[in-house]
Design a protein around this ligand. Structure first.
Ligand code: PMP
Ligand code: GLN
Length: 436
C-alpha cells in the first residue's frame, strides 16, 4: 500500500457512528439533523429529478451553471466582492471534497499548514496526504474570568499564532462557527489572523459550513471580506449544513426516486451532497485541476435543487421566511434546552455562539469503568464509550479535535449535537436524569 495512508487510518466518525448503531443509542454524536430538510428544498429536489434526461447526466465539471450563478449572486452581496460564477467557484461533493481539493492543489511537500484547535478532524489527514506538515495552535479558555461559560471565552493568542509562522507556512485553517465548541470569530479576531496571513504571504482556508447558525446576536463574518483577503482566502461551504441535508451525498435506492417522485419521501432517499469553495480565480484554477481528475463532477439534480434553494433564499433574505433565519431560531431553542438539561445534571456546558454542537466538562463525573479494553484510551474516549454502551447515549470525545500534542489538555470534554428532534433531546435528557 501507499505510505500516505499510514497514520491516518483511524477515524472518529467511523468508530463512534458504528458504536452508536451497535448499541442502538440515542444519538447526539455524529452531526446530522434527524429531521427533514425544509419543504421547498425537498420540492426543488423532486422537481429536479423529474426534470428530464439532462438531470440524470453529467453537468459542467466545476459546477452546474444554474448553481454557480446562484452562489455567485448570493455570496457577492455578502463578501462585498463581485464573484465570477465560472472562475471563482468550484462545486464539490460536500465541504469534505472542497477541503481535499484545497489541500491537494495548494500544499507542496514540506509546506506547513497552521491549524487552529479544536479543529474538524479531517484537516490533519488531508494536510498529511498532500505532503504537508500540520502545525497546531489552540484556542484557550480565558484564564482570568473564572468559570468559562461561552465559546466566546475561548480565544486565540496573537503572539502564539505569530510564533507558528515560518518561511514554510503555506496556509492557516480556521473554522467559524467552530465545530466542536461553537466559537464565532469576531471581526477583530479575524483581522488579527488576516494581518498575519498578509504579513507572511500565507493563504487562509476558512471552513464556514455553519455560517447561518449563530445565536445571541453573534454575527458570522467572512474573513474573505476583510481588506486584502479575497485574493488569499478559500471559503468552504456546504449545502448539507445550509439546507439540513447532510445525507445528499451518495445515491442510494435510486429506484425509489422513480417510484415515488410524485410523493418523494426523504426518509427513504439519500442523495448526493453539494459543497463549494469560493476564492479568487487564480486559486480556484488549481483546485479545478484536482477536481477534474478525481470526481470530475457532482450529482446534477442535487445541484439543481441547491440552486433553486439559493434562488429562493436570495429573494427572501433577511425576512422571517428565510430558512437562514428559521433554522437558527429553531436551533437556538434546542441549544438552550440541551444546555439546561446538562446544567441540571451537573455537566457544565460551554454555551456555543454558533454551529450545532455543545461541549461539556465531564471532570466532576465519577465512573466505575468495568470495560478494561479501553483502559489505555484518553479519558473522554473512555467516558463516551461507557456512556454509549452502558447508558445508551452517544456523544463524541473532544480530544479527537486536537493534535496528539495538545489532546491531553482537553480530554475532559465531550461533544453533544443538538440538531435533533425535541423527542431525541428528551430521550437523552431521560437517560442523563436517571443516571445522575
Ligand atoms: N467542516 C466542518 C466544520 C464540519 O463539521 C463538516 C461535517 N459536517 C464538514 C466540514 C464536512 O461537510 P460535508 O458534510 O458538507 O462534506
Ligand atoms: N461533521 C460531522 C460532525 O462533526 C460528521 C462528519 C462525519 O460523520 N464524517 O459530527
Amino acid at each position: 500500500h501507499a505510505s500516505r495512508t499510514d497514520g491516518v487510518d483511524k477515524n472518529v466518525w467511523v468508530e463512534f457512528t458504528q458504536l452508536a448503531a451497535d448499541y442502538k443509542a440515542v444519538n447526539l454524536g455524529q452531526g446530522f439533523p434527524d429531521f427533514s430538510p425544509p419543504k421547498f428544498i425537498q420540492e426543488a429536489f423532486c422537481k429536479a429529478v423529474s426534470g428530464g434526461p439532462i438531470m440524470h447526466q453529467y453537468t459542467r465539471a466545476f459546477g452546474h451553471p444554474p448553481l454557480v450563478r446562484s452562489l455567485a449572486k448570493f455570496f457577492s452581496r455578502i463578501v462585498g466582492h463581485e464573484i465570477d460564477p465560472l472562475e471563482d467557484i468550484l462545486v464539490t461533493v460536500g465541504a469534505y471534497q472542497a477541503l481535499f481539493c484545497a489541500f491537494q492543489a495548494l500544499v507542496n511537500e514540506g509546506d506547513e499548514v497552521i491549524i487552529v484547535e479544536p479543529f474538524f478532524d479531517c484537516y490533519q489527514p488531508m494536510v498529511k496526504m498532500a505532503g504537508g506538515k500540520a502545525v497546531y495552535v489552540p484556542l484557550r479558555p480565558k484564564a482570568a474570568s473564572g468559570a468559562v461559560l461561552s465559546s466566546g471565552d475561548w480565544v486565540l493568542s496573537a503572539e502564539e499564532l505569530a510564533s507558528k509562522f515560518t518561511p514554510r507556512t503555506k496556509a492557516v485553517v480556521i473554522n467559524t462557527p467552530n465545530n466542536p465548541i461553537g466559537k464565532v470569530y469576531k471581526t477583530e479576531e479575524l483581522q488579527m489572523i488576516a494581518d498575519l496571513c498578509i504579513k507572511h504571504d500565507a493563504l487562509c482556508i476558512s471552513d464556514e459550513v455553519y455560517e447561518w447558525l449563530t445565536y445571541d446576536g453573534a454575527k458570522h463574518v467572512k474573513i474573505a471580506s476583510l481588506p486584502g483577503m479575497w485574493e488569499r482566502t478559500i471559503t468552504v461551504g456546504s449545502a448539507g449544513k445550509t439546507f439540513s441535508a447532510t445525507g445528499w451525498k451518495v445515491v442510494h435506492r435510486l429506484c425509489n426516486v422513480f417510484i415515488l417522485f410524485t410523493a418523494c419521501s426523504f426518509d427513504d432517499l439519500f442523495w448526493s451532497q453539494v459543497g463549494w469553495a469560493i476564492s479568487s480565480g487564480h486559486i480556484v484554477k488549481h483546485m479545478k485541476t484536482i477536481h477534474q481528475n478525481t470526481v470530475y463532477h457532482c450529482a446534477t439534480a442535487a445541484q439543481e435543487a441547491v440552486a433553486q434553494g439559493f434562488e429562493r433564499e436570495y429573494e427572501v433574505f433577511g425576512s422571517p421566511e428565510s430558512y437562514f433565519q428559521q433554522l437558527p431560531a429553531m436551533l437556538h431553542l434546542k441549544r438552550n434546552k440541551l444546555a439546561s438539561c446538562l446544567e441540571s445534571v451537573g455537566l457544565q456546558p460551554i454555551m456555543p455562539q454558533g454551529g450545532y454542537f455543545m461541549i461539556a466538562d465531564i471532570s466532576s463525573v465519577k465512573v466505575d469503568y468495568n470495560d478494561q479494553s479501553s483502559v489505555d484510551e484518553p479519558n473522554d474516549f473512555r467516558f463516551v464509550k461507557w456512556l454509549t454502551k452502558e447508558k445508551g447515549l452517544a456523544t463524541i470525545p473532544v480530544s479527537a479535535f486536537y493534535s496528539p500534542e495538545h489532546s491531553k489538555e482537553f480530554d475532559k470534554y465531550i461533544r453533544f449535537c443538538f440538531v435533533k428532534e425535541d423527542s431525541t433531546l428528551d430521550a437523552a435528557e431521560d437517560i442523563l436524569r436517571k443516571w445522575s
